[in-house]
Ligand binder design. Structure first.
Ligand SMILES: Nc1nc2c(ncn2[C@@H]2O[C@H](COP(=O)(O)OP(=O)(O)OP(=O)(O)O)[C@@H](O)[C@H]2O)c(=O)[nH]1
Ligand SMILES: [Mg+2]
Length: 215
């Protein structure tokens, strides 16, 4: 077994990673996935902040899909990057921005999208996640807010399926189930692809073919 294969054997086949600027809510999303609850920042232990993974069988309809979700250890706070090993062989990349923070949205196209492209699985799924949608009702009083149409435009420009654009709140749980349902269904398709009806393109399919290194 060469070094690459050896490293690969440690990577869960159902790997889903959370990526995005500091403070967008990655750890809060992770905690809701793990516990089903909103966990306040003050309640996070050192262990929680050290980067974690958690496996869960997600039920959608009568299907069961295994998901191992990864959270960063927060190095992006200091370096604006996440080490390639974090993305290694990921099946799904959840690109998270905070809906009340334009910079975090800009960083998706200026930084994160190009950061991981060559490092995850050959076929990986990119998902755009606008977190903190609970702040939407305060839109008028907030200095900035990222409207859904901007996320849809970005998705269109970067070959991300429009059905993989979600707005959620890790605080209230709004949109959370729908997002993981959508991801789970698509993961199932990735693992068990069905051919499109003859003569038809599978328009909903937005698997991005990656090339180059498998870091
Ligand atoms: N209003 C609101 N606040 C949220 C939501 N999700 C997270 N937060 C808050 O946003 C702050 C940052 O959340 P984290 O989960 O620590 O963000 P992170 O992306 O893990 O940040 P780093 O680990 O520093 O990269 C915390 O105070 C959270 O409680 C949400 O959906 N709505
Ligand atoms: Mg965090």
């Amino acid at each position: 077994m060469n070094l690459c294969e050896e490293l690969d054997s440690d990577v869960p086949w159902d790997k889903v990673v959370l990526v995005g600027n500091p403070g967008v809510g990655k750890s809060t999303i992770f905690q809701r996935f793990k516990t089903g609850l909103f966990v306040r920042e003050e309640e996070l232990t050192h262990h929680d902040k050290a980067g974690q993974e958690h496996r869960k069988v997600w039920e959608v309809g009568d299907e069961e899909v295994s998901i191992t979700l990864f959270d960063t250890a927060g190095v992006e706070r200091f370096t604006q990057t996440i080490p390639p090993t974090y993305y290694r062989r990921a099946k799904v990349v959840l690109l998270v921005y905070s809906m009340d923070n334009n910079d975090s949205f800009q960083a998706i196209s200026n930084n994160w999208l190009d950061n991981y492209a060559s490092c995850c699985d050959d076929k990986s799924l990119t998902v755009l996640v606008g977190n903190k949608c609970d702040l939407k009702h305060r839109w008028e009083e907030l200095d900035e807010f990222v409207p859904r149409r901007r996320a849809l435009t970005l998705a269109g420009n970067r070959e991300i399926g429009l059905d993989m654009v979600f707005e959620i709140s890790a605080l209230t749980g709004k949109g959370f189930q729908e997002m993981f349902d959508g991801v789970a269904v698509r993961m199932k398709e990735l693992m068990d692809p069905k051919p499109p009806p003859s003569g038809q393109e599978n328009l909903s399919s937005q698997t991005i073919q990656k090339s180059g290194c498998r870091c």
